[in-house]
Design a binder for this molecule. Structure first.
Ligand code: HEC
Ligand code: HEC
Length: 416
């Protein structure tokens, strides 16, 4: 089997990734290409001194500066307010759920369920996505090509009523804002985050603050990163190094869709045309023998009405993938071992039930999903490598944790 040098695809992917039209947001972008083995970790963000409260991003080595919309500059105060709101169940109509209920830090901001369950008990169609490095996501949610900014995205779980009620705030906005106003902690936090506004309590500011917090969910200090970027040659085991090599090989093709610093091709560059390349059909289903996915989850097709967009979804980041089971847009694959089986077969075969079909024969499947044969030891190595992307510091970082702890002065109920 022909293997490419892992570092080559990583550098290549990232350089392509960083070559998009510059809007000023990616001026620090570069990865690994020429860094000397003894270079110390660099905080790319501090090239220019931060203004008074500009958020002091401590970016991992090789990470470009995230895109931040001009209308919502990132400040430490907004991030702190956003963290409180992200974990506050008072932002659901029945005060039972917060963003953090479905996006739990220990699970890399997922919920461990095949599909999510909203505050009213209604089932979502899809699996809760990891918010790992969501600041770099080119598009948001599994199938949507036009939702690109975090500020409007939070409106979906906050106010969405059709087809699912997540937080169910529609029609209860004022009630919720009153609950926040009544909390002295929020009086301070809102005033600090939005200085000079008479009454800063409104939903636009809530969404700006939540988006600001989400932009700080940056993960890039896994053992893989220590090995790849900080020249710690012992950070990976021999088996994990073999897995990395396989992951970057033309035989497995993983890197085409999961390449670059964030292990996904769906990374943000303002100005890059959206569409074809960012969504892929991996042959998960073929329910009618003509390529159909189950009717409630047809992917990109739902937005474009283009028949060939059947079953195309965003390739998620693989960072912290060990923690985000079950997998795929509908949570239909339980383990990483089964994910490898799916790709190795060039698509999944389901033998019985309403979703029966031969996914490998899906006519809309990406040409990169062509199957491969690996020894059991090599399959194990790929899984071992994927697990080396777990970033424990990220999963336990107190700055990203629920601030409404039992001993906090405000004592608001927290998400589960
Ligand atoms: C009931 C569970 C649930 C709640 C509550 C919830 N989410 Fe989600 N989240 C999901 C699911 C499911 C998806 C995938 C949605 C889809 O594909 O349509 C998702 C997707 C996302 C994404 C897209 C990530 C990506 O990489 O594309 C973001 C961002 C996000 N949620 C943020 C939030 C925020 C902010 C809140 C609170 C305002 C929130 N979520 C509340 C379940 C939930
Ligand atoms: C043609 C692009 C493409 C290739 C090649 C590819 N993937 Fe994926 N990957 C995707 C897409 C798209 C999804 C989401 C599919 C869905 O939910 O329907 C995905 C999902 C995954 C998931 C689950 C992610 C999650 O959060 O649920 C894992 C793990 C994964 N891929 C690993 C791999 C590995 C390992 C390889 C190489 C053997 C590989 N991928 C090759 C596009 C690709």
């Amino acid at each position: 089997m022909k293997l490419r040098a892992a570092a080559a695809w990583l550098s290549f992917a990232a350089l392509v990734a960083c070559a998009g039209p510059s809007d000023g947001a990616h001026d620090n972008a570069s990865l690994d290409a020429g860094h000397a083995p003894d270079d110390p970790p660099v905080n790319r963000a501090d090239a220019a001194p931060p203004t008074a409260s500009e958020y002091p991003f401590e970016l991992p080595f090789g990470f470009p500066k995230p895109y931040v919309p001009a209308a919502n500059p990132l400040t430490a105060e907004k991030v702190e307010l956003g963290r409180h709101l992200f974990y506050d169940v008072r932002l659901s109509a029945n005060e039972t759920q917060s963003c953090g209920s479905c996006h739990q830090q220990a699970l890399a901001f997922t919920d461990g369920r095949p599909v999510s369950v909203g505050s009213t008990g209604q089932m979502h169609r899809r699996n809760a996505m990891s918010l790992t490095n969501v600041a770099y996501a080119a598009t948001l949610t599994w199938p949507n090509p036009v939702l690109t900014d975090l500020e409007p995205q939070s409106g979906v779980p906050l106010f969405g009523i059709d087809p699912v009620i997540e937080l169910g705030l529609k029609g209860h906005e004022e009630e919720a804002l009153d609950r926040l106003r009544a909390d002295t902690r929020y009086q301070t936090l809102f005033a600090a985050a939005f200085p000079g506004q008479g009454d800063p309590f409104d939903m636009v500011n809530v969404q700006r603050a939540i988006a600001s917090f989400e932009r700080t969910l940056v993960s890039g200090t896994s053992r893989f990163d220590r090995y790849q970027y900080l020249s710690d040659k012992n950070a990976l085991t021999v088996e994990e190094k073999r897995g990395l090599e396989l992951f970057g090989s033309e035989a497995l093709e993983c890197f085409h869709c999961h390449g670059g610093f964030n292990f996904t091709d769906a990374v943000v560059y303002k100005g890059l045309p959206l569409g074809d390349l960012n969504f892929h059909n991996t042959g998960l289903y073929n329910v009618d023998g003509k390529g159909a996915f189950p009717a409630d989850n047809v992917g990109l097709l739902e937005f474009t009405a283009k028949p060939s967009d059947m079953g195309r979804f965003k390739a998620p980041t693989l960072r912290n993938i060990e923690k985000t089971a079950p997998y795929m847009h509908d949570g239909s694959i339980a383990t990483l071992e089964e994910v490898i089986e799916h790709y190795s077969a060039g698509g999944r075969t389901i033998t019985s039930g309403p979703h029966a079909g031969i996914g490998s024969a899906n006519p809309f499947k990406s040409s990169f999903i062509s199957g491969f044969s690996l020894t059991a030891a090599d399959k194990h190595a790929v899984v071992a490598f994927l697990k080396s992307l777990t970033d424990d510091a990220f999963l336990t970082n107190p700055k990203l944790a629920n601030p409404w702890s039992a001993n906090s002065d405000a004592g608001a109920p927290s998400g589960p």
